[in-house]
Ligand binder design. Structure first.
Ligand code: BTN
Length: 251
């Protein structure tokens, strides 16, 4: 992959402490590549320079270019330790904290998987499982200075800070934070991480539209429950607990 400079050996060693690193040029999707490594039974992180069939949630195409950081982390969570939406949010938290640590920006989580800064989407996360393996796929807009019209909501870390950043450094910080959280998940469960997730939440107390394949609901998000699902008071007064959907803010 084209990085700013050759990756220092010391940084590579820090990454190798978490997972086997696969640095690739072009793949259809890093999530598929990672899931195909599941038979090796070891955590792996697959970083690509570009994807030809990168996908987002709801089977949408994911825009990425050579200024993006695109990777998938393959892990083997203990049975029941992490359902997909919890893992997505823990990964979102790790990404927010990694971006903040590196750049000073304070991104937030638009439940469950969008990483936002000032109404711009900096990153997206797509967790996909195969048997006991999960690929946490992450696409981050790091060094772009502009975007095509097809992604009007996109923003980048560079546009927000006025300078370029080392993507592999960001990856290492993400892994360090995520593996700390995964330890915490094993020892004290998801609720131990929930407060930090809520502090980064962009949806609590907001009026939103939540779309799923079958339904559209409009209401105010009261809270995240113990499993990270949103608790919505719909405009018609019903309380609904949702574990999936596409959220859009309403005024
Ligand atoms: C979304 O916001 O809809 C999620 C986007 C996830 C994109 C990443 S890029 C790396 C990994 N490989 C994929 O095909 N998708 C994820």
């Amino acid at each position: 992959m084209a990085t700013e400079t050759p990756i220092p050996g010391e940084l590579l060693n820090r990454i190798a402490a978490y997972a086997r690193l696969h640095l690739l040029d072009t793949v259809p999707s890093t999530n598929d590549y990672a899931l195909n490594l599941a038979g090796s039974r070891e955590p792996a992180v697959v970083v690509a320079r570009q994807q030809t069939r990168g996908r987002g949630r709801f089977r949408r195409r994911w825009f990425a270019d050579e200024d993006s950081l695109i990777f998938s982390l393959l892990i083997f969570p203990a049975p029941g330790a992490a359902q997909a939406s919890g893992l997505t949010q823990i990964s979102g938290l790790a990404l927010c904290r990694a971006i903040e640590e590196l750049t000073g920006l304070k991104p937030q989580i638009r439940w469950p998987n969008d990483i936002m800064l000032q109404n711009r989407k900096l990153a997206g996360i797509l967790c996909e499982g195969r048997r006991d393996a999960v690929a946490i796929g992450v696409g981050v807009n790091v060094n772009q200075q502009s975007f095509p019209d097809s992604v009007p909501e996109a923003g980048s870390i560079r546009l927000a800070t006025g300078r370029a950043w080392d993507r592999i450094e960001l990856l290492e910080r993400f892994l360090a934070d995520l593996f700390r959280s995964l330890d915490q998940l094993r020892t004290s469960g998801f609720t131990g991480l929930l407060d930090a997730i809520k502090q980064r939440s962009l949806v609590i107390n907001r009026r939103v539209e939540v779309r799923t394949a079958l339904r559209r609901r409009v209401g105010t998000v009261l809270d995240l429950d113990a499993e990270g699902r949103i608790v919505l008071r719909t405009d018609s007064g019903r309380l609904e607990v949702l574990n999936a959907g596409q959220v859009r803010h309403l005024r």
